[in-house]
Design a protein around this ligand. Structure first.
Ligand SMILES: [Zn+2]
Length: 216
């Protein structure tokens, strides 16, 4: 099976809805009634009436939402990096603009943006969709952007046997735009460089120009 077949496989899989997203799995992994009680408590604590009509189903909805947003806690991202293809390709592979949503662990508010992942293969290449899968799993956890960036780079370095890994993440944090300092439009950029991209300035410049090159 070629890398392209693998991508098609993945797309079909996600269109048909893969089994591990089902409600049954979610309720086994997280305590939904406990979350519902907690949300009810928050509503009461801010001075709302949790029993008024509009709020009656809110605890249930919010509990299910958190189960979805934190589903990555119950998934091992390495599972997506097990299948590699032998390919004599020794230039940079880059997937740019992988959009994601995550949750800032300091405020439990969303941050969202784009991840760019580049790696230098060493005789083995990954299915391209797998990089997006890894971002999904890591993003669906309580996060800080810096750790998310490092985690993705470490995973690729250790699992894909790459000669170099570069991860750049650009994100907007709602905890900065709608509360606190309220700076809409601010963008937080983090990067992690491993292997060749760390040790060789020319390799790092190459991957950075592929990420930023033709669009700014
Ligand atoms: Zn925050």
């Amino acid at each position: 099976m070629s890398a392209a077949d693998d991508v098609i496989d993945e797309i079909q899989g996600s269109l048909m809805g893969e089994a591990d997203d089902s409600d049954t799995t979610v309720s086994e992994q997280v305590d939904l009634p406990r979350m519902e009680r907690a949300v009810r408590e928050i509503l009461a604590a801010v001075g709302e009436d949790p029993d008024r009509e509009g709020l009656k189903d809110t605890p249930r909805r919010v509990a299910k939402m958190y189960a979805e947003l934190f589903s990555g806690l119950h998934e091992d991202p390495r599972a997506h990096l097990q299948r590699v293809f032998t390919e004599q390709y020794d230039e940079v592979v880059l997937v740019r603009d992988i959009s994601f949503n995550s949750m800032c662990e300091h405020h439990l508010m969303p941050f969202m943006g784009k991840a760019h992942i580049g790696y230098m293969p060493d005789g083995k290449v990954l299915g391209l969709s797998k990089l997006a899968r890894v971002v999904e799993v890591v993003a669906h956890r309580p996060q800080v952007q810096e750790r998310m960036t490092e985690t993705i780079a470490d995973l690729l370095e250790s699992e894909a046997n790459a000669k170099g890994v570069a991860v750049v993440i650009e994100a907007t944090h709602t905890c900065m735009t709608v509360r606190g300092v309220r700076k809409p439009g601010s963008l937080c950029v983090t990067s992690a460089m491993k292997g060749l991209f760390r040790s060789h300035l020319s390799s790092r410049s190459e991957v950075m120009s592929l990420i930023y090159g033709s669009r700014r």
